[in-house]
Write a protein that binds this ligand. Structure first.
Ligand SMILES: *[C@@H]1O[C@H](CO)[C@@H](O)[C@H](O)[C@H]1NC(C)=O
Ligand SMILES: [Zn+2]
Length: 332
């Protein structure tokens, strides 16, 4: 808190009017504390772009998530959005919630909290329905907010960011309608969100900082990079030493390293329909891994070590990446 106030003083000297909103937005992102089962270890699965009533291998991915979830004894699941196809939920009572979520992810290890963001397809339905606490009465695993923070056992902070309102295309296209309630005006919404994120990141003392959004910053899949996020979100992630950025949207699994920072870009958007077949620019040295089929990702963390694994529908590990870092006080 002291650090934050010093910073806001500096802001005050620089831009007097801006510092007030900067200061008052300090606690706007809701923080959820999640204590790990196993002290000093945190393990979770990441899946995206899934809700198709079990079709397109969704059930097969769900089965393997159950197996790997059991093996790793996971603490929770993260969903990168596009939770319900094709047009989100029609309302709180939409049976798609049961048919694509509760009845699909039935394995014992998956009976844990699911921390979820909205994707662009979710905005095509009743976006507020997915955010409604009423859904938790139907299935208590469901935690979906627009943007929030998971404070995971002092090991990691996971910053869940609502990326759909950043994408200009959705505000001009006429093919689909979007539920922009509580988002308009778009400029104010996105700028407030970035300010809140920046505040939260600057105050974070977590060993690992992970940011999750639906849209990719970097991707060689069908949709490719999201320019709005490259321009507006990436500079913040670089400035505050974020370790990992995780997303869905492209229906594939991929791992790309940043050229200018230690950030790893991880796409896990292969929860159901995949095999799109249009990959671009694979011969790039930052490109660590790409898989066009269905699957999911696991993350295992200790205060000094992170390990990422990608799995296919057979539960086979397709790609593994790990990194260690020393704790700050051990260097000093
Ligand atoms: C399901 O997965 C198998 C194995 O990867 C693949 O051959 C098949 O095409 C997939 N089915 C669909 C509908 O994508
Ligand atoms: Zn999407």
């Amino acid at each position: 808190m002291a650090v934050f106030c010093k910073e806001s003083m500096v802001m005050f000297l620089l831009v007097a009017s801006f510092s007030i909103s900067y200061c008052s937005s300090a606690t706007r992102l809701k923080k959820i504390d999640h204590s790990a089962k196993d002290n000093g270890n945190l393990r979770f699965l990441v899946v995206g772009d899934w809700g198709r009533k079990g079709d397109y291998n969704q059930s097969v991915v769900a089965f393997q998530m159950g197996r790997i979830g059991e093996k790793l004894d996971i603490d929770f699941v993260v969903s990168t959005g596009d939770n319900f196809y094709t047009n989100g939920l029609t309302g709180e009572d939409d049976r798609n919630f049961l048919e694509s979520f509760s009845n699909v992810y039935k394995a014992k290890s998956l009976q844990t909290l699911w921390y979820t963001v909205l994707g662009n397809h979710d905005y095509r339905g009743d976006a507020l329905a997915q955010l409604s606490p009423y859904l938790r009465k139907i299935d208590s695993r469901w935690i979906c907010l627009r943007s929030f923070i998971i404070n995971a056992a002092e090991i990691a902070e996971i910053f869940m960011v609502d990326t759909t309102p950043f994408v200009k295309e959705y505000f001009v296209e006429t093919e689909h309608t979007y539920d922009w309630r509580n988002v308009m005006p778009q400029k104010t919404y996105t700028q407030n969100l970035l300010n809140d994120l920046e505040n939260a990141l600057s105050e974070s003392t977590a060993k690992w900082k992970i940011v999750v959004g639906h849209h990719a910053i970097r991707s060689v899949g069908h949709h490719g990079d999201t320019n709005e996020l490259v321009e507006r979100l990436l500079p913040i992630l670089r400035a505050y030493d974020v370790d990992l950025y995780m997303n869905g949207h492209d229906h594939c699994l991929e791992h790309i390293s940043d050229t200018e920072s230690p950030i790893q870009f991880l796409t896990s958007g292969a929860g159901s329909k995949a095999w799109r077949g249009d990959v671009k620019g694979l011969n790039n040295e930052e490109m660590k891994f790409f898989y066009d089929g269905q699957g999911f990702m696991s993350v295992q963390l200790t205060p000094t070590h992170v390990e990422i694994e990608f799995y296919d529908v057979f539960g086979k590990v397709l790609h593994r990446w790990s990194r260690s870092k020393h704790l700050l006080h051990s260097i000093i």
